[in-house]
Design a protein around this ligand. Structure first.
Ligand code: DP6
Length: 349
């Protein structure tokens, strides 16, 4: 016999950034973060997990290519889910699995990203969220999304926020074992559905510092990062929660842009400095700031993760249309701008 489960998880974009760990193995952050989960149309991972007594070892394929499962992060997620598996039975098919059997049975994992890996868009968030969720369903794990988010977190920090749609907060927690470092949903995708997200996909990417390495170096060398995590983010989290609750776009945009800029400032404050944004990214910031100023009130928020792709959040559909026209006029996909395309995604699951 063979048992199979398929799940789909979208990626999420942080509007208050996670940058810096206090525990690298358990992946515990030095501050809370807040994100928006995208709809699965453009940036999502689909994962099928299967278990059968015939499988002789755990194996995984990503975009049809076999990859190694030996990494500590994969192993942590597999171990945590296996240890929470419960009895399963399907009388019709004659399948009876005792909870202790999950540790002996091997799994095959087939994962697929619906966006080109070459685009360099973050895939670990959707990937680990999907892996953990599908394994949990397969092994009849009874834990809720919050507890599953603590497991996905051990695959990649930002993955814990992809277990929910809408607006999500990852609370850093206090426990040394990470049990309270979990994600919670602040609002569903329906709460603020006028927002439209446009992602500028950069084509040719310079080799850059991974998030994991970058944040380790920032924790070790940037005084600004420590000031940010203690003095700035706690206040911003409260303000952002309020802006989301009241659908206050001007505050939401101001906080989102300020937090992206401060995150990149901590990267510059790192020794040696880390440059994630490129010339086009900087010009896009300038263009959005100018537009927001000329309108007298923010129309668009921008945010950049550990790379030069701009994530732009428009106030509503009308603004999104104007935004796209502006982007295509000032930043057409070309060799000069190093842009490949624009992805449009509403926020939702
Ligand atoms: C800039 O979650 O990719 O996107 O926990 O080491 O896997 P690891 O890092 P990762 O870092 C994401 C950093 C960020 C900000 C964010 O998503 O909050």
């Amino acid at each position: 016999w063979i048992l199979m489960v398929t799940a789909r998880s979208p990626t999420n974009i942080a509007v208050i950034k996670y940058w810096g760990k206090r525990d690298e193995t358990l992946i515990l952050p030095i501050n809370d973060s807040i994100s928006v989960t995208l709809d699965p149309e453009h940036l999502c991972t689909t994962t099928t997990v299967a278990v059968s007594p015939k499988f002789e070892e755990d194996r995984m394929w990503l975009n049809k290519k076999e990859i190694s499962l030996s990494g500590g992060r994969f192993q942590s997620c597999l171990r945590e889910i296996r240890s929470r598996g419960t009895d399963f039975e399907d009388e019709e098919k004659g399948i009876f699995i005792k909870k202790e059997d999950w540790k002996k049975l091997h799994v095959h994992i087939d994962s697929f990203n619906n966006f080109p890996t070459a685009a360099g868009l973050a895939s670990s968030a959707a990937g680990f969220a999907c892996l953990v969720y599908s394994l949990a369903k397969l092994m009849n794990v009874k834990e809720d999304e919050g507890q599953l988010s603590a497991i996905a977190r051990q695959g990649s920090g930002s993955a814990c926020r992809s277990l929910y749609g809408g607006f999500v907060k990852w609370s850093m927690g206090n426990d040394a074992n990470g049990s309270d470092s979990i994600a919670v949903q602040l609002a569903t995708e329906a709460h603020w559905d006028e927002l439209v997200i446009i992602i500028a996909v950069v084509s040719s990417r310079q080799k850059e510092t991974s998030s994991t390495t970058g944040m380790r170096e920032s924790v070790e060398t940037s005084p600004l990062l420590h000031y940010r995590s203690k003095e700035v983010v706690p206040k911003r989290i409260l303000q952002m929660e309020e802006a989301i609750r009241t659908r206050d776009f001007p505050s939401f945009a101001k906080l989102t842009c300020a937090d992206s800029n401060q995150f990149h400032a901590t990267c510059l404050d790192t020794s040696p400095p880390i440059f994630y944004m490129n010339d086009t990214s900087h010009r896009q910031v300038f263009c959005m700031e100018k537009w927001n100023r000329s309108e007298g009130t923010p129309q668009v928020a921008y945010t950049f993760d550990a790379g030069p792709n701009a994530v732009l959040i428009a106030k509503n559909r009308k603004v999104a249309t104007q935004l796209l026209q502006r982007l295509l006029f000032y930043f057409p996909p070309s060799a000069d701008t190093e842009l490949d395309s624009y992805l449009i995604g509403d926020k939702s699951i």
